[in-house]
Write a protein that binds this ligand. Structure first.
Ligand code: F6P
Length: 347
C-alpha cells in the first residue's frame, strides 16, 4: 500500500514537472524582458501587449524595460501583468517609451546591460525596433542574453522582412495629409511638393505617391532629373491638367530646393511641405495591430524554446525568423514595377 502511495506521489510529481516545464518554456526560461528601441511606430503597443500576454500564458515573468537599451543599462524597468497592457492596442507611440542609445554600442554598455539582466533574472529579451536595435540584440545575444528582434519602424526599410510594424499606419497618415494638400493645390493651380519620411528608403513615398495620384515620385532608389519632371508637367498642362502633386522621399534631398527648381523650370507656382513626425503617431491600422500581435507572439515562442539571436520577419505574407547577422546582410529594394505603374498612370 505504502509503495503504491509513493509511486502515486512520484507520478504526480513527474506530471507536475512536465506541466511546469511546458508552462515556463521547454528550456526553462522563467523571466523575459521586452523593450522598444529607435524611432517609435504605431503598433508597437500592440506588439508589447502580445509579448506580455504570450509570456504570461507560458508561465513566464515579463519585465517591461523602459526607454530601450538605455533603460536596460540603467535598470529602468517594471514587472508587467495582464492588466499592464490593457487598453493600449489602439494607441500610437509606445507605453514603454523609446530611445536611441549610444552607450550600448560599446563593450562597457553591453556588460552593464548583461549585469542588470543577471541581477534581475532576465533570461531573454524581445527587442521591438529597427535594424540598429537588432545590432544591439545580436551583440547582447553574443554575450549570453538571448534576444529576439521584432521589426518596428514606419520606414519598412528592414531588409529581411516584407513588412515592418507601423508602416501601414504611416502611409495612411501620409495619404490623408497629401489629400488635404491636393485640395489647396487644386484651388490655386499649384504644384504641391511633399516630403514624406522613410530615412534612406522610398517605400513610404512610393505607396503614398501611387495612392495619391502623384505626377512624380522621387525616391533614393531611382535616379531622376528635374528636367524630366518639368517636361512631364508641361505636357500634362497642355492637356488641361492644372495642379500637381510631387511626392519626395526624405532620403532624396532638400524638398524646398526641389520645389524652387520645379517652379523655375515650369513657371507653375510650387509649394513645399514636410509632413514630418505626424507620420509616426496616431491610432494603428488593423494591419499594424494584427502583424504586431502575430510577431510579438512568435518572438515569445522562440524565447520559450531557448532560441535567441533571431529576428522575426514576414516572408511571402508568413511570419518566419532569421539569424540576426544573416538578416542584417539581406538586400531589399522598392517595388520597381509599382514605381513604373505609378508613373505610367499619372499624366
Ligand atoms: O526611422 C523612423 C524615422 O521617422 C525616419 O523616417 C526618420 O528619418 C527618422 O526616424 C527621424 O528620426 P528622429 O525621431 O530622430 O527625428
Amino acid at each position: 500500500m505504502r509503495d503504491r502511495e509513493e509511486s502515486c506521489v512520484r507520478h504526480l510529481w513527474r506530471s507536475y514537472a512536465v506541466y511546469n516545464k511546458k508552462r515556463v518554456g521547454e528550456f526553462g526560461m522563467k523571466t523575459i524582458g521586452v523593450l522598444t528601441s529607435g524611432g517609435d511606430a504605431p503598433g508597437m503597443n500592440a506588439a508589447i501587449r502580445a509579448v506580455v500576454r504570450a509570456g504570461l500564458k507560458q508561465g513566464m515573468k515579463v519585465i517591461g524595460i523602459r526607454r530601450g537599451y538605455s533603460g536596460l543599462i540603467h535598470g529602468d524597468m517594471i514587472e508587467m501583468n495582464a492588466r499592464s497592457v490593457s487598453d493600449i492596442i489602439q494607441r500610437g507611440g509606445t507605453m514603454l517609451y523609446t530611445a536611441r542609445c549610444d552607450e550600448f554600442r560599446y563593450e562597457e554598455g553591453l556588460q552593464k546591460a548583461k549585469k542588470v539582466c543577471q541581477d534581475v533574472g532576465i533570461e531573454g529579451i524581445v527587442t521591438i525596433g529597427g535594424d540598429g536595435s537588432f545590432r544591439g540584440a545580436a551583440d547582447l545575444s553574443a554575450r549570453g542574453i538571448p534576444c529576439v528582434g521584432v521589426p518596428g519602424t514606419i520606414d519598412n526599410d528592414i531588409t529581411s522582412t516584407e513588412y515592418t510594424i507601423g508602416y501601414d499606419t504611416a502611409m495612411n497618415t501620409a495619404v490623408e495629409m497629401v489629400d488635404k494638400l491636393r485640395d489647396t493645390a487644386q484651388s490655386h493651380d499649384r504644384c504641391s511638393v511633399v516630403e514624406v519620411m522613410g530615412r534612406r528608403a522610398g517605400h513610404i513615398a512610393l505607396n503614398t505617391g501611387i495612392a495619391c495620384g502623384a505626377t512624380f515620385i522621387l525616391v533614393p532608389e531611382v535616379p531622376f532629373s528635374i528636367d524630366d519632371i518639368a517636361q512631364k508637367m508641361k505636357q500634362s498642362q497642355s492637356t488641361g491638367k492644372q495642379h500637381f502633386i510631387i511626392v519626395v522621399a526624405e532620403g532624396v534631398g532638400n524638398v524646398s530646393e526641389i520645389a524652387k527648381e520645379i517652379e523655375e523650370k515650369t513657371g507653375i507656382e510650387a509649394r513645399a511641405s514636410i509632413l514630418g513626425h505626424v507620420q509616426r503617431g496616431g491610432t494603428p491600422t488593423v494591419r499594424d495591430r494584427v502583424v504586431a500581435s502575430e510577431m510579438g507572439y512568435y518572438a515569445v515562442e522562440l524565447l520559450s524554446k531557448g532560441i535567441g539571436n533571431r529576428v522575426v520577419c514576414m516572408k511571402d505574407s508568413k511570419i518566419v525568423d532569421y539569424d540576426i547577422q544573416e538578416a542584417l546582410g539581406m538586400k531589399k529594394s522598392i517595388d520597381k514595377r509599382l514605381y513604373q505603374i505609378a508613373l505610367d498612370i499619372s499624366f
